[in-house]
Design a protein around this ligand. Structure first.
Ligand code: NAP
Length: 469
């Protein structure tokens, strides 16, 4: 069934959050244009699915090499469009290139037939691509999020159509061009400047065989409901409010470094950032004092300058939302230990902030703060720390700091999340699965698990069987 509704096109606006100036605007596509793009993707799948892994890898490896070679150009665009500090942006681009190369190298091994050993006959499971996959992605890692879906799903033999976030159209277009430059056939990777209403219709379109979303819980609920109504598989990488647990025997120097990095990387706009700092009382005062000093030392400035330690948030809207959340938290009894306000200067800058005395009745207790705002909790002991960590609607990641690694692993096992880190928060690696439980979603991206999300696992059984009498 073709998409036939006549919808007015929306505008995608690229604004520099460092100075509030509009960089470029783009008119969204019409339904007629969308129909053509979906038809091209469907047609491309007809040939791409039959390519060998080596043929697919030739294109994906080339895309990886281009990203590596032009990493600074890609990085500058991200910094301009969503305010990420330039050093972080460069790291993101290089990591994105590594993800593409990782799947080019390993896809065939991950998707090779797996022999089974039934009592009668022989059997194996084989993996085959499903078709056109619709990916909806957020702005906070404008390239990494795209590499996380393009690498595995294209190497698996699927093709993808992508709706990127409204505030990063230039990065979205640059990534599509990258694939074209690498030799991708028409329709293999398609960027779609579409509205939410068009998104819903894309999910409903019978040519779409799976949906991958990374974003907020609200977006996840909406898109997952549409996918469910159509009995289509989906993966949901949603928000988080990760616990950062500090035990009495933690190495505080090491812990403080990770605490500051874990809360402030990407200006605090990371799904699995450390957001709730849960510290046992023996070390709570010392931790708070040093954490405060670490955050207070960050200096706002131009994210394009290497020396800047605090960049703007991604948009004025994100800043206003965060300030409102802090005000509501305070109105419900939280105390401001540091910061709490926007920084009075041009651009969308927020003071690094620490809130304390957050009671369970405070809405802040259950919310995600997507920016440089840390929630600090003092607890009696290890058990209380675990109980508080688990008292969350989210279940993405978390970390625990202790000099006793075995103790750290025991605590990690008792925290209900998709990922836990002991004495580090090295969140993401091409070869390790990434994802959460509860309101943080379901499914995994990256690693071997990431490529298995949208493939048909088919059982084939053979051998000598007695015919039914
Ligand atoms: P968002 O508002 O949910 O947007 C994410 C994407 O979903 C954007 O492309 C957005 O398009 C689209 N979208 C939102 N609502 C939609 C709807 N009803 N129908 C169709 N598309 C819809 O999230 P965000 O605020 O930009 O990103 C931050 C959130 O993402 C945080 O909660 C963060 O924790 C989460 N996140 C999770 C992970 C993970 O791996 N678990 C990674 C990164 C971020 P528009 O921009 O056009 O609205």
């Amino acid at each position: 069934m073709a998409l036939q509704h006549a919808m007015p096109a929306m505008e995608y606006e690229s604004v520099n959050p460092f100075d509030g100036k509009t960089l470029k605007t783009f008119v969204g596509i019409t339904d007629e244009q969308l129909e053509k793009k979906l038809a091209a993707a469907q047609s491309c799948f007809g040939t791409w699915r039959h390519k060998t892994y080596a043929e697919r890898a030739a294109i994906i490896v080339k895309a990886s090499a281009i990203l590596h070679n032009k990493f600074d150009d890609f990085a500058r665009l991200a910094t301009l469009e969503m305010g990420k500090r330039i050093g972080e942006a460069r790291g993101e681009v290089q990591f994105s290139a590594d993800i593409l190369a990782y799947y080019a190298k390993n896809a065939e091994r991950f998707l090779a037939p797996v022999a089974l050993n039934p009592t009668t006959g022989t059997a194996h499971m084989e993996s085959s691509p499903m078709g056109v996959i619709f990916c909806v992605e957020p702005w906070n890692f404008p390239y990494y999020q795209l590499a996380r879906v393009a690498g595995p799903h294209l190497m698996a033999g699927n093709v993808i159509v992508v709706k990127h976030a409204g505030i990063v159209p230039q990065c979205a277009i640059a990534f599509e061009k990258l694939l074209t430059e690498a030799g991708a056939p028409a329709g293999l990777y398609t960027n779609l400047l579409v509205t939410h209403a068009q998104s819903d219709r894309i999910v409903n379109d019978p040519r779409i065989k799976g949906v991958a979303l990374t974003g907020s819980v609200a977006a996840g609920k909406s898109i997952a409901a549409q996918a469910g109504a159509n009995v289509k598989p989906s993966s949901m990488e949603l928000g988080g409010s990760d616990a950062f647990i500090v035990l009495d025997d933690a190495d505080l120097d090491l812990t403080i470094k990770w605490a500051v990095w874990g809360r402030m990387y990407n200006a605090g706009q990371t799904c699995c950032a450390a957001k709730r700092f849960i510290v046992v009382e023996q070390v709570a005062d010392k931790f708070l004092e040093q954490f405060k000093a670490g955050l207070a030392a960050l200096k706002p400035g131009d994210p394009m300058e290497e020396k800047t330690t605090l960049g703007p948030l991604s948009s004025e809207a994100a800043l206003l939302h965060l300030v409102k959340q802090v005000e509501a938290a305070v109105a419900h009894g939280a105390k401001v230990s540091l910061g709490g306000k926007r920084i009075e200067r041009a651009g969308s800058f927020m003071e690094p902030t620490i809130l304390t005395d957050i009671k369970p009745e405070n809405p802040a207790f259950r919310e995600e703060f997507f920016g440089p705002v840390a929630l600090f909790f003092r607890v009696k002991d290890e058990d209380a720390a675990i109980a508080l960590a688990n008292d969350s609607d989210f279940g993405l990641g978390g970390s625990v700091f202790t000099k006793d690694e075995a103790r750290g692993q025991r605590v990690a096992s008792r925290v209900e999340t998709g990922m836990m880190f002991v004495n580090n928060i090295s969140w993401s690696d091409a070869e390790l699965p990434f994802g959460g439980i509860k309101d943080s979603g379901y499914g995994r991206e990256l690693g071997n698990m990431g490529i298995q999300e949208f493939v048909n696992k088919k059982l084939v059984r053979f051998g000598k069987f007695e015919a039914p009498s």
